[in-house]
Design a protein around this ligand. Sequence first.
Ligand SMILES: Cc1cc2nc3c(=O)[nH]c(=O)nc-3n(C[C@H](O)[C@H](O)[C@H](O)COP(=O)(O)OP(=O)(O)OC[C@H]3O[C@@H](n4cnc5c(N)ncnc54)[C@H](O)[C@@H]3O)c2cc1C
Length: 417
Amino acid sequence: MTEPEYDLAIVGAGIVGVSCALWAQMRGLRVLLLDQNPPGSGASYGNACTVATYACVPVNSPSILTSLPSLLLSKESPLGVDWLYALKNLPWMIAFLRNCSVARVERITDDLGGLLSYADSGLDPLIREAGAEDLMVANDCLYVYSSANSYRAATAGNEARRRNGVSFDVLAPTEIKTLEPALKMPIHKGLLFRGARHVSDPQALVERFHTRFVSQGGAWRQSRVLRTMSGDIGVNIGLEDGTELLARKAVIAAGAHAKAIDGSGVSDIPLDTERGHHVMFKDHGHLLSRPVGWADAGFYATPMAAGLRIAGTVELAGLEKPRSPRRIAYLTRKSHEMFGDLGAPDEDWLGFRPTLPDALPVIGHSPQSDDILYAFGHQHIGLTLGGITGRIIADLAQERKPNEDISAFDPKRFVRR
Ligand SMILES: Cc1cc2nc3c(=O)[nH]c(=O)nc-3n(C[C@H](O)[C@H](O)[C@H](O)COP(=O)(O)OP(=O)(O)OC[C@H]3O[C@@H](n4cnc5c(N)ncnc54)[C@H](O)[C@@H]3O)c2cc1C
Protein backbone atom coordinates (compact mmCIF):
# COMPACT_ATOMS: atom_id res chain seq x y z
CA MET A 1 0.00 0.00 0.00
CA THR A 2 1.39 3.48 -0.91
CA GLU A 3 2.27 5.70 2.06
CA PRO A 4 0.74 9.19 1.89
CA GLU A 5 3.20 11.74 0.50
CA TYR A 6 1.73 14.52 2.63
CA ASP A 7 0.60 14.77 6.25
CA LEU A 8 -1.95 17.43 5.33
CA ALA A 9 -3.56 18.57 2.07
CA ILE A 10 -5.36 21.91 2.25
CA VAL A 11 -8.01 22.86 -0.31
CA GLY A 12 -8.22 26.62 -0.79
CA ALA A 13 -5.54 29.31 -0.61
CA GLY A 14 -7.53 32.20 0.85
CA ILE A 15 -6.54 33.73 4.19
CA VAL A 16 -7.95 30.69 6.00
CA GLY A 17 -6.27 27.98 3.89
CA VAL A 18 -2.89 29.72 3.70
CA SER A 19 -2.92 30.36 7.46
CA CYS A 20 -3.67 26.65 8.03
CA ALA A 21 -0.79 25.76 5.67
CA LEU A 22 1.78 28.00 7.36
CA TRP A 23 0.77 26.97 10.89
CA ALA A 24 0.90 23.27 10.00
CA GLN A 25 4.29 23.73 8.34
CA MET A 26 5.62 25.62 11.39
CA ARG A 27 4.60 22.56 13.43
CA GLY A 28 6.71 20.33 11.19
CA LEU A 29 4.01 18.74 9.00
CA ARG A 30 4.50 18.00 5.28
CA VAL A 31 1.80 20.16 3.72
CA LEU A 32 0.27 20.41 0.25
CA LEU A 33 -1.80 23.49 -0.59
CA LEU A 34 -4.19 23.47 -3.56
CA ASP A 35 -6.20 26.17 -5.31
CA GLN A 36 -7.13 26.69 -8.96
CA ASN A 37 -6.74 30.44 -8.44
CA PRO A 38 -3.83 32.58 -7.20
CA PRO A 39 -3.48 32.79 -3.39
CA GLY A 40 -5.75 35.38 -1.77
CA SER A 41 -7.76 36.14 -4.91
CA GLY A 42 -11.20 35.11 -3.54
CA ALA A 43 -13.06 36.85 -0.72
CA SER A 44 -9.67 37.48 0.86
CA TYR A 45 -8.78 39.90 -1.94
CA GLY A 46 -11.47 42.54 -1.72
CA ASN A 47 -12.49 42.83 1.91
CA ALA A 48 -12.46 45.93 4.09
CA CYS A 49 -8.99 45.11 5.51
CA THR A 50 -9.90 45.35 9.19
CA VAL A 51 -8.48 43.02 11.83
CA ALA A 52 -11.80 43.37 13.58
CA THR A 53 -11.20 41.72 16.97
CA TYR A 54 -14.14 43.82 18.24
CA ALA A 55 -16.63 42.40 15.68
CA CYS A 56 -18.35 39.76 17.81
CA VAL A 57 -21.88 41.04 17.05
CA PRO A 58 -23.40 38.96 14.23
CA VAL A 59 -25.63 40.17 11.40
CA ASN A 60 -28.35 38.05 13.04
CA SER A 61 -30.35 40.43 15.21
CA PRO A 62 -33.52 40.24 17.33
CA SER A 63 -34.77 43.42 15.61
CA ILE A 64 -34.47 41.87 12.16
CA LEU A 65 -38.18 41.20 11.69
CA THR A 66 -39.18 44.78 12.52
CA SER A 67 -36.38 46.36 10.49
CA LEU A 68 -36.66 43.95 7.53
CA PRO A 69 -39.46 45.75 5.62
CA SER A 70 -37.57 49.06 5.53
CA LEU A 71 -34.27 47.27 4.82
CA LEU A 72 -35.83 45.52 1.85
CA LEU A 73 -37.94 48.33 0.43
CA SER A 74 -35.63 51.30 0.77
CA LYS A 75 -33.42 52.31 -2.16
CA GLU A 76 -30.84 53.35 0.45
CA SER A 77 -30.58 49.93 2.07
CA PRO A 78 -27.30 48.07 2.66
CA LEU A 79 -29.21 44.78 2.20
CA GLY A 80 -30.26 43.30 -1.13
CA VAL A 81 -32.19 40.06 -1.66
CA ASP A 82 -32.85 38.07 -4.83
CA TRP A 83 -36.31 36.76 -3.98
CA LEU A 84 -36.17 33.80 -6.32
CA TYR A 85 -32.89 32.73 -4.73
CA ALA A 86 -34.31 33.28 -1.24
CA LEU A 87 -37.34 31.11 -2.04
CA LYS A 88 -35.14 28.33 -3.40
CA ASN A 89 -33.08 28.53 -0.20
CA LEU A 90 -35.97 28.86 2.22
CA PRO A 91 -34.54 26.38 4.79
CA TRP A 92 -31.38 28.54 5.09
CA MET A 93 -33.44 31.73 5.47
CA ILE A 94 -35.61 30.11 8.14
CA ALA A 95 -32.54 28.78 9.97
CA PHE A 96 -31.05 32.30 9.84
CA LEU A 97 -34.24 33.78 11.36
CA ARG A 98 -34.24 31.10 14.08
CA ASN A 99 -30.80 32.39 15.04
CA CYS A 100 -32.16 35.90 15.56
CA SER A 101 -33.79 35.37 18.98
CA VAL A 102 -32.35 37.38 21.88
CA ALA A 103 -30.97 34.24 23.51
CA ARG A 104 -29.36 32.88 20.32
CA VAL A 105 -27.79 36.23 19.41
CA GLU A 106 -26.30 36.52 22.92
CA ARG A 107 -24.87 32.99 22.65
CA ILE A 108 -23.46 33.60 19.13
CA THR A 109 -21.92 36.92 20.23
CA ASP A 110 -20.19 35.24 23.18
CA ASP A 111 -18.94 32.34 21.04
CA LEU A 112 -17.55 34.73 18.42
CA GLY A 113 -16.16 36.97 21.18
CA GLY A 114 -14.35 33.98 22.69
CA LEU A 115 -12.70 33.08 19.39
CA LEU A 116 -11.90 36.71 18.56
CA SER A 117 -10.07 37.07 21.88
CA TYR A 118 -7.48 34.62 20.46
CA ALA A 119 -7.36 36.20 16.98
CA ASP A 120 -4.14 38.17 17.46
CA SER A 121 -2.36 35.18 18.98
CA GLY A 122 -3.19 33.20 15.83
CA LEU A 123 -2.31 35.94 13.36
CA ASP A 124 0.80 37.58 14.82
CA PRO A 125 3.12 34.55 14.69
CA LEU A 126 2.28 34.22 10.97
CA ILE A 127 3.00 37.90 10.36
CA ARG A 128 6.38 37.50 12.07
CA GLU A 129 7.15 34.24 10.27
CA ALA A 130 6.36 35.82 6.88
CA GLY A 131 7.99 39.19 7.65
CA ALA A 132 4.72 40.97 6.88
CA GLU A 133 4.87 43.62 9.61
CA ASP A 134 5.03 46.38 7.00
CA LEU A 135 1.49 45.47 5.79
CA MET A 136 -0.06 46.05 9.21
CA VAL A 137 -1.33 49.49 10.28
CA ALA A 138 -2.09 50.09 13.98
CA ASN A 139 -4.16 53.26 14.11
CA ASP A 140 -7.45 52.17 15.77
CA CYS A 141 -10.74 51.82 13.96
CA LEU A 142 -13.84 54.00 14.03
CA TYR A 143 -17.58 53.26 13.77
CA VAL A 144 -19.84 56.19 12.94
CA TYR A 145 -23.60 56.41 13.54
CA SER A 146 -25.43 59.11 11.60
CA SER A 147 -28.57 59.27 13.71
CA ALA A 148 -29.78 58.81 17.28
CA ASN A 149 -31.93 55.93 16.00
CA SER A 150 -29.08 53.95 14.49
CA TYR A 151 -26.95 54.52 17.59
CA ARG A 152 -29.81 53.38 19.83
CA ALA A 153 -30.40 50.30 17.67
CA ALA A 154 -26.79 49.28 18.27
CA THR A 155 -27.00 49.58 22.09
CA ALA A 156 -27.51 45.87 22.85
CA GLY A 157 -24.73 44.87 20.46
CA ASN A 158 -22.33 47.41 21.93
CA GLU A 159 -23.13 46.27 25.47
CA ALA A 160 -22.42 42.70 24.32
CA ARG A 161 -19.03 43.88 23.02
CA ARG A 162 -18.17 45.24 26.48
CA ARG A 163 -19.35 41.98 28.05
CA ASN A 164 -16.85 40.25 25.76
CA GLY A 165 -13.99 42.42 26.88
CA VAL A 166 -13.93 44.77 23.87
CA SER A 167 -12.96 48.27 24.97
CA PHE A 168 -14.00 51.34 23.04
CA ASP A 169 -14.50 55.06 23.57
CA VAL A 170 -17.76 56.75 22.66
CA LEU A 171 -16.97 59.90 20.66
CA ALA A 172 -18.93 63.08 19.97
CA PRO A 173 -19.15 64.51 16.42
CA THR A 174 -16.44 67.12 17.10
CA GLU A 175 -14.03 64.47 18.33
CA ILE A 176 -14.72 62.35 15.25
CA LYS A 177 -14.16 65.32 12.93
CA THR A 178 -10.88 66.05 14.68
CA LEU A 179 -9.71 62.49 14.00
CA GLU A 180 -11.09 62.30 10.45
CA PRO A 181 -11.74 65.79 9.06
CA ALA A 182 -12.67 64.55 5.56
CA LEU A 183 -15.95 62.97 6.74
CA LYS A 184 -18.98 64.85 5.40
CA MET A 185 -21.98 62.65 6.25
CA PRO A 186 -24.22 63.47 9.24
CA ILE A 187 -22.59 62.29 12.46
CA HIS A 188 -24.47 61.58 15.69
CA LYS A 189 -21.88 59.56 17.62
CA GLY A 190 -19.01 57.20 17.07
CA LEU A 191 -17.03 54.40 18.67
CA LEU A 192 -13.26 54.28 18.63
CA PHE A 193 -11.80 50.79 18.97
CA ARG A 194 -8.39 51.50 20.43
CA GLY A 195 -5.62 49.13 19.45
CA ALA A 196 -7.49 47.86 16.38
CA ARG A 197 -5.35 47.25 13.29
CA HIS A 198 -5.91 46.99 9.58
CA VAL A 199 -4.00 45.55 6.65
CA SER A 200 -2.85 47.89 3.89
CA ASP A 201 -3.39 45.14 1.27
CA PRO A 202 -5.08 41.87 2.34
CA GLN A 203 -4.14 39.91 -0.79
CA ALA A 204 -0.49 40.91 -0.29
CA LEU A 205 -0.73 39.50 3.26
CA VAL A 206 -1.97 36.14 1.95
CA GLU A 207 0.75 36.20 -0.74
CA ARG A 208 3.43 36.83 1.90
CA PHE A 209 2.22 33.86 3.97
CA HIS A 210 2.13 31.76 0.81
CA THR A 211 5.62 32.81 -0.31
CA ARG A 212 7.02 31.91 3.10
CA PHE A 213 5.22 28.55 3.03
CA VAL A 214 6.65 27.68 -0.40
CA SER A 215 10.15 28.96 0.44
CA GLN A 216 10.21 26.62 3.46
CA GLY A 217 9.46 23.59 1.30
CA GLY A 218 5.63 23.62 1.33
CA ALA A 219 4.04 22.04 -1.75
CA TRP A 220 1.78 24.27 -3.85
CA ARG A 221 -0.34 23.11 -6.75
CA GLN A 222 -2.58 25.39 -8.81
CA SER A 223 -5.47 23.04 -9.51
CA ARG A 224 -9.15 22.67 -8.71
CA VAL A 225 -9.99 19.87 -6.29
CA LEU A 226 -13.02 17.87 -7.36
CA ARG A 227 -13.09 15.28 -4.60
CA THR A 228 -11.70 14.35 -1.20
CA MET A 229 -12.44 10.74 -0.22
CA SER A 230 -11.42 9.25 3.08
CA GLY A 231 -9.89 5.76 2.76
CA ASP A 232 -7.94 3.22 4.83
CA ILE A 233 -4.63 5.09 4.94
CA GLY A 234 -5.70 8.69 4.51
CA VAL A 235 -7.59 10.93 2.14
CA ASN A 236 -7.57 10.62 -1.66
CA ILE A 237 -7.61 14.02 -3.36
CA GLY A 238 -8.99 14.03 -6.90
CA LEU A 239 -7.94 16.97 -9.08
CA GLU A 240 -9.62 18.43 -12.16
CA ASP A 241 -6.72 17.30 -14.39
CA GLY A 242 -7.28 13.67 -13.38
CA THR A 243 -4.40 13.46 -10.87
CA GLU A 244 -5.04 11.54 -7.65
CA LEU A 245 -3.02 12.44 -4.55
CA LEU A 246 -2.85 10.93 -1.09
CA ALA A 247 -2.54 12.74 2.25
CA ARG A 248 -2.99 11.55 5.81
CA LYS A 249 -5.55 14.26 6.43
CA ALA A 250 -7.25 16.98 4.38
CA VAL A 251 -8.63 20.41 5.22
CA ILE A 252 -11.53 21.97 3.34
CA ALA A 253 -10.79 25.70 3.39
CA ALA A 254 -12.52 26.60 0.13
CA GLY A 255 -14.61 29.44 1.57
CA ALA A 256 -18.09 29.91 0.08
CA HIS A 257 -17.35 27.30 -2.62
CA ALA A 258 -16.66 24.42 -0.25
CA LYS A 259 -19.94 22.63 -1.01
CA ALA A 260 -18.82 21.79 -4.54
CA ILE A 261 -16.09 19.39 -3.31
CA ASP A 262 -17.47 15.86 -3.58
CA GLY A 263 -16.93 13.31 -0.86
CA SER A 264 -16.02 15.93 1.74
CA GLY A 265 -19.48 15.89 3.31
CA VAL A 266 -19.78 19.69 3.06
CA SER A 267 -22.92 19.33 0.93
CA ASP A 268 -24.70 18.39 4.18
CA ILE A 269 -23.68 21.66 5.87
CA PRO A 270 -25.96 24.71 5.35
CA LEU A 271 -23.20 26.88 3.91
CA ASP A 272 -24.37 29.84 1.85
CA THR A 273 -22.94 33.18 0.87
CA GLU A 274 -23.47 36.80 1.86
CA ARG A 275 -22.27 38.63 -1.21
CA GLY A 276 -20.33 41.83 -0.59
CA HIS A 277 -19.10 44.46 -3.05
CA HIS A 278 -16.41 47.09 -3.04
CA VAL A 279 -15.48 50.16 -5.05
CA MET A 280 -11.98 51.69 -5.12
CA PHE A 281 -10.95 55.32 -5.56
CA LYS A 282 -7.25 55.08 -6.21
CA ASP A 283 -6.35 58.75 -5.71
CA HIS A 284 -8.21 59.23 -2.42
CA GLY A 285 -6.44 57.00 0.10
CA HIS A 286 -5.19 60.14 1.88
CA LEU A 287 -8.74 61.11 2.98
CA LEU A 288 -8.67 58.81 6.02
CA SER A 289 -6.07 57.75 8.54
CA ARG A 290 -7.94 54.61 9.71
CA PRO A 291 -10.90 52.42 8.65
CA VAL A 292 -14.26 54.08 9.27
CA GLY A 293 -17.33 51.84 9.42
CA TRP A 294 -20.44 53.82 8.57
CA ALA A 295 -22.98 51.78 10.53
CA ASP A 296 -26.09 53.23 8.84
CA ALA A 297 -24.73 52.51 5.36
CA GLY A 298 -23.36 49.01 6.07
CA PHE A 299 -19.79 49.44 4.86
CA TYR A 300 -16.27 50.47 5.78
CA ALA A 301 -14.16 53.12 4.09
CA THR A 302 -10.53 52.02 4.43
CA PRO A 303 -7.31 53.79 3.45
CA MET A 304 -5.12 51.25 1.63
CA ALA A 305 -1.81 51.19 -0.16
CA ALA A 306 -3.78 51.25 -3.45
CA GLY A 307 -6.25 54.03 -2.55
CA LEU A 308 -9.57 54.36 -0.73
CA ARG A 309 -11.68 51.20 -0.59
CA ILE A 310 -15.41 51.30 0.17
CA ALA A 311 -16.36 47.71 1.03
CA GLY A 312 -19.38 46.02 2.53
CA THR A 313 -23.17 45.64 2.27
CA VAL A 314 -24.92 42.27 2.08
CA GLU A 315 -26.69 40.68 -0.85
CA LEU A 316 -28.41 37.30 -0.62
CA ALA A 317 -28.26 36.03 -4.19
CA GLY A 318 -25.93 33.00 -4.27
CA LEU A 319 -22.71 32.24 -6.09
CA GLU A 320 -23.86 32.31 -9.71
CA LYS A 321 -25.13 35.82 -10.41
CA PRO A 322 -22.64 38.46 -11.58
CA ARG A 323 -21.83 41.58 -9.56
CA SER A 324 -24.81 43.85 -8.95
CA PRO A 325 -24.82 47.27 -10.71
CA ARG A 326 -27.35 48.37 -8.09
CA ARG A 327 -25.04 47.55 -5.17
CA ILE A 328 -22.11 49.25 -6.92
CA ALA A 329 -24.21 52.37 -7.60
CA TYR A 330 -25.26 52.38 -3.93
CA LEU A 331 -21.64 52.19 -2.71
CA THR A 332 -20.57 54.92 -5.13
CA ARG A 333 -23.46 57.23 -4.14
CA LYS A 334 -22.80 56.70 -0.43
CA SER A 335 -19.05 57.28 -0.88
CA HIS A 336 -19.91 60.69 -2.32
CA GLU A 337 -22.18 61.39 0.67
CA MET A 338 -19.34 60.40 2.98
CA PHE A 339 -16.54 62.42 1.34
CA GLY A 340 -17.99 64.72 -1.35
CA ASP A 341 -17.54 64.13 -5.08
CA LEU A 342 -14.89 61.43 -5.59
CA GLY A 343 -15.70 60.91 -9.27
CA ALA A 344 -16.27 57.45 -10.73
CA PRO A 345 -14.66 54.46 -8.96
CA ASP A 346 -11.50 53.01 -10.53
CA GLU A 347 -12.49 49.44 -9.68
CA ASP A 348 -15.52 47.51 -8.54
CA TRP A 349 -15.62 44.00 -7.15
CA LEU A 350 -17.90 41.27 -5.86
CA GLY A 351 -16.84 38.75 -3.21
CA PHE A 352 -18.50 35.81 -1.51
CA ARG A 353 -18.49 35.71 2.28
CA PRO A 354 -18.91 32.11 3.41
CA THR A 355 -21.78 32.15 5.92
CA LEU A 356 -23.69 29.67 8.05
CA PRO A 357 -27.18 30.58 9.28
CA ASP A 358 -25.88 30.81 12.87
CA ALA A 359 -23.02 33.17 11.84
CA LEU A 360 -20.45 30.83 13.42
CA PRO A 361 -17.61 29.36 11.39
CA VAL A 362 -17.25 25.62 10.93
CA ILE A 363 -13.93 24.49 12.42
CA GLY A 364 -13.42 20.85 13.27
CA HIS A 365 -13.72 17.28 12.08
CA SER A 366 -16.09 16.42 9.26
CA PRO A 367 -19.10 14.43 10.47
CA GLN A 368 -18.04 11.71 8.00
CA SER A 369 -14.37 11.23 8.80
CA ASP A 370 -11.84 12.34 11.41
CA ASP A 371 -9.29 12.61 8.59
CA ILE A 372 -11.20 15.46 6.91
CA LEU A 373 -11.17 18.81 8.70
CA TYR A 374 -13.37 21.79 7.93
CA ALA A 375 -12.22 25.42 8.12
CA PHE A 376 -14.76 27.70 6.44
CA GLY A 377 -17.75 29.92 7.12
CA HIS A 378 -15.98 32.92 8.64
CA GLN A 379 -18.59 35.36 7.24
CA HIS A 380 -17.64 39.03 7.85
CA ILE A 381 -14.50 38.35 9.90
CA GLY A 382 -12.40 35.78 8.03
CA LEU A 383 -9.42 38.09 7.61
CA THR A 384 -9.42 38.50 11.39
CA LEU A 385 -9.99 34.83 12.23
CA GLY A 386 -7.86 33.16 9.54
CA GLY A 387 -4.74 33.03 11.73
CA ILE A 388 -6.38 31.49 14.80
CA THR A 389 -8.29 29.04 12.60
CA GLY A 390 -4.94 27.96 11.15
CA ARG A 391 -3.52 27.29 14.62
CA ILE A 392 -6.58 25.29 15.67
CA ILE A 393 -6.44 23.23 12.46
CA ALA A 394 -2.73 22.53 13.03
CA ASP A 395 -3.64 21.25 16.51
CA LEU A 396 -6.39 19.00 15.14
CA ALA A 397 -4.15 17.75 12.33
CA GLN A 398 -1.62 16.72 15.01
CA GLU A 399 -4.42 15.18 17.05
CA ARG A 400 -3.83 17.65 19.87
CA LYS A 401 -6.63 19.32 21.83
CA PRO A 402 -6.67 23.06 20.98
CA ASN A 403 -6.40 25.52 23.91
CA GLU A 404 -9.49 27.30 22.67
CA ASP A 405 -13.00 25.97 23.28
CA ILE A 406 -14.14 25.14 19.75
CA SER A 407 -17.31 23.22 20.63
CA ALA A 408 -19.55 26.00 19.21
CA PHE A 409 -17.87 25.67 15.80
CA ASP A 410 -18.19 21.88 15.57
CA PRO A 411 -19.49 20.85 12.11
CA LYS A 412 -21.58 18.17 13.82
CA ARG A 413 -23.88 20.85 15.24
CA PHE A 414 -25.78 20.68 11.96
CA VAL A 415 -26.02 16.92 11.95
CA ARG A 416 -27.47 16.77 15.45
CA ARG A 417 -30.43 19.02 14.59
C1 LIG B 1 -17.01 43.23 1.12
C2 LIG B 1 -16.34 42.39 2.18
C3 LIG B 1 -15.71 43.01 3.25
C4 LIG B 1 -15.09 42.25 4.24
N1 LIG B 1 -14.39 42.88 5.23
C5 LIG B 1 -13.71 42.15 6.16
C6 LIG B 1 -12.92 42.79 7.15
O1 LIG B 1 -12.75 44.02 7.15
N2 LIG B 1 -12.31 42.03 8.09
C7 LIG B 1 -12.44 40.66 8.11
O2 LIG B 1 -11.91 40.02 9.01
N3 LIG B 1 -13.14 40.01 7.14
C8 LIG B 1 -13.78 40.72 6.17
N4 LIG B 1 -14.51 40.10 5.20
C9 LIG B 1 -14.63 38.63 5.24
C10 LIG B 1 -13.41 37.92 4.72
O3 LIG B 1 -12.95 38.52 3.52
C11 LIG B 1 -13.75 36.45 4.47
O4 LIG B 1 -14.38 35.89 5.61
C12 LIG B 1 -12.47 35.67 4.19
O5 LIG B 1 -11.77 36.24 3.12
C13 LIG B 1 -12.79 34.21 3.89
O6 LIG B 1 -11.56 33.59 3.62
P1 LIG B 1 -11.50 32.13 3.02
O7 LIG B 1 -10.07 31.76 2.94
O8 LIG B 1 -12.43 31.25 3.80
O9 LIG B 1 -12.18 32.27 1.59
P2 LIG B 1 -11.59 32.81 0.22
O10 LIG B 1 -10.69 33.97 0.39
O11 LIG B 1 -12.76 32.99 -0.71
O12 LIG B 1 -10.68 31.62 -0.29
C14 LIG B 1 -11.21 30.38 -0.68
C15 LIG B 1 -10.28 29.82 -1.75
O13 LIG B 1 -10.70 28.49 -2.06
C16 LIG B 1 -10.49 28.28 -3.44
N5 LIG B 1 -11.31 27.16 -3.88
C17 LIG B 1 -12.66 27.09 -3.94
N6 LIG B 1 -13.05 25.90 -4.42
C18 LIG B 1 -11.91 25.20 -4.67
C19 LIG B 1 -11.67 23.90 -5.18
N7 LIG B 1 -12.67 23.08 -5.52
N8 LIG B 1 -10.39 23.49 -5.33
C20 LIG B 1 -9.35 24.29 -4.98
N9 LIG B 1 -9.55 25.56 -4.46
C21 LIG B 1 -10.81 25.99 -4.32
C22 LIG B 1 -10.88 29.60 -4.08
O14 LIG B 1 -10.31 29.72 -5.37
C23 LIG B 1 -10.34 30.61 -3.06
O15 LIG B 1 -9.03 31.04 -3.40
C24 LIG B 1 -15.13 40.84 4.18
C25 LIG B 1 -15.74 40.21 3.09
C26 LIG B 1 -16.32 40.97 2.09
C27 LIG B 1 -16.94 40.28 0.91
